[in-house]
Design a protein around this ligand. Structure first.
Ligand SMILES: *[C@@H]1O[C@H](CO)[C@@H](O)[C@H](O)[C@H]1NC(C)=O
Length: 445
């Protein structure tokens, strides 16, 4: 599958070197330029900022290098793409998941070097991806639900400064349904060399804690993070030992290689049927005979633990994604708890601009020390996943009534929306009702 030849462009090296040095000069001019701009900004802000100490807390006093990084971090140069040759200029490089890519880490690093305004903060940069089918939903309220699920993700990303990509084309037509995400993640990694993490979130999952942030520090030695439980995978060999509907993948060569292997169980390959049989016989509780991405991932962990396991983090501590039936019944109590918390904490009640919301999430942590995490906790669940509800097709699992799915979604969507609307001065007083009322000043004192 992997070509023995390097896929790097066969470009004339002297040209590259020449361009590289030309580029360094550009970078230098750029740095000087941004330093001057910063100086100007500083001068102006010291005129106009009534309390310079506030300004200092936003820009910790530091030497030139880090303050210029700081400004670059906040203002990546969206209009700057130097002529230097990068992997984008290699005609052999393909975005397709069927064409393996090599030396990706090097290619990404090289691109970042030529786009210095993106290097600061690169290790924490996240791109969220979600998707739905190319056609209208069969469920009459399906498209409306998907719109609200998407709005929720846009809200979360805006609050935390993440980019988001919504896809509704099948990039590899044979990779339908749950397989469709892999080609998108792969293409997004190439389209976004500035992002360290690609965060796949299924269309039927939503953020129910707008403040919680991914503990990226915890994942610094890992490349793929999924919600999962090792005993269910390694002892019970269960296909529900993890959930593949939400995952975080590092934008690196390891991930490229892993996806090649993972995708090789998919419907675009001649081995699809065979993989179905292998998965079904290895993972006893698998429900259906076709090869699917989630069982495939369990299989790879189980069978090739030595090869991949050490870079895959099974997150089980909090609701990296959580099962909706277990969660939706807890919303009312959680709402009460949070109201009580805000009654007792003036700093939490204070009105603020949406842009500075993260600070209030930090404030809240000290009130949540006793809350716990995940099942049985009264902390807001991070991501609620309507597994089995199929909002678009309406073909929900027969285990649930359609009504419980749609009511659960409405409730979860309003629960989340209240956290957002609050910053706009309004709230849904009733979790099942779309109408809103204005939030009184200093509510809920
Ligand atoms: C909500 O809280 C009440 C009172 O503490 C408790 O009796 C009830 O079981 C809780 N409900 C859920 C779903 O946790």
């Amino acid at each position: 599958m992997l070509s023995p030849h390097s896929s790097s462009p066969s470009m004339a090296k002297p040209t590259l070197r020449h361009r590289a040095s030309a580029c360094l000069a550009d970078v230098f001019r750029f740095l000087v330029g941004s330093f001057l701009a910063l100086l100007l900004l500083w001068t102006f802000s010291s005129f106009f900022t009534p309390s310079p100490s506030n300004f200092d807390t936003l820009h910790p006093p530091s030497d030139f290098a880090s303050s210029s990084h700081n400004s670059q971090n906040q203002y990546p140069s969206l209009a700057y793409d130097p002529p230097d040759i990068t992997f984008y200029d290699d005609p052999k490089l393909s975005y397709s998941i069927q064409k393996p890519i090599k030396n990706w880490d090097e290619k990404r690093r090289h691109w970042l070097k030529h786009h210095p305004s993106f290097s600061a903060g690169a290790s924490e940069r996240v791109l969220l991806i979600t998707a739905s089918q190319p056609k209208p939903c069969r469920n009459p309220i399906g498209d409306h639900l998907l719109l609200r699920f998407f709005k929720n993700k846009v809200d979360y990303c805006r609050i935390h400064g993440y980019d988001i990509f919504y896809n509704n084309a099948l990039l590899q037509p044979e990779m339908f349904s749950y397989w469709a995400k892999l080609p998108v993640v792969r293409a997004a990694m190439i389209a976004h060399p500035e992002a360290e993490w690609i965060w796949w979130v299924d269309s039927d999952a939503l953020f129910t804690d707008m403040e919680f942030k991914l503990p990226l520090d915890r994942y610094k030695n890992h490349n793929l993070i999924v919600h999962g439980w090792s005993h269910l995978i390694y002892e019970r060999k269960s296909w529900t030992g993890l959930n593949a509907g939400v995952f975080l993948m590092r934008n690196c060569q390891w991930s490229m290689d892993f996806m090649d292997v993972w995708a090789s169980m998919g419907p675009q390959t001649p081995n699809y049927e065979k993989w179905g049989q292998v998965l079904k016989s290895t993972i006893p509780d698998k429900l259906f005979p076709e090869s699917d991405d989630q069982t495939g991932l369990v299989y790879l962990l189980y069978k090739e633990k030595e090869k991949w396991g050490n870079k895959i983090y099974l997150e089980g501590e909090y609701y990296f994604e959580g099962y909706w039936e277990e969660i939706v019944t807890t919303f009312d109590n959680i709402t009460d708890k949070y109201r009580e918390m805000e009654r007792g904490g003036q700093e939490l009640r204070r009105r603020h601009a949406e842009k500075v919301s993260e600070q209030y999430g930090v404030f809240r942590e000290k009130y949540l020390k006793e809350a716990g995490n995940g099942k049985g906790s009264w902390r807001r669940p991070f991501i609620t996943h309507f597994t089995g509800c199929q909002p678009c097709s309406g073909d929900h699992n027969q285990m649930y009534s359609g009504g419980s799915c749609w009511d659960g979604m409405r409730k979860a969507l309003n629960f989340a929306d209240n956290q957002v609307l609050r910053k706009y001065g309004f709230v849904h007083p009733d979790a099942m009702d779309p109408s809103v009322s204005e939030v009184p000043y200093d509510y809920p004192a």
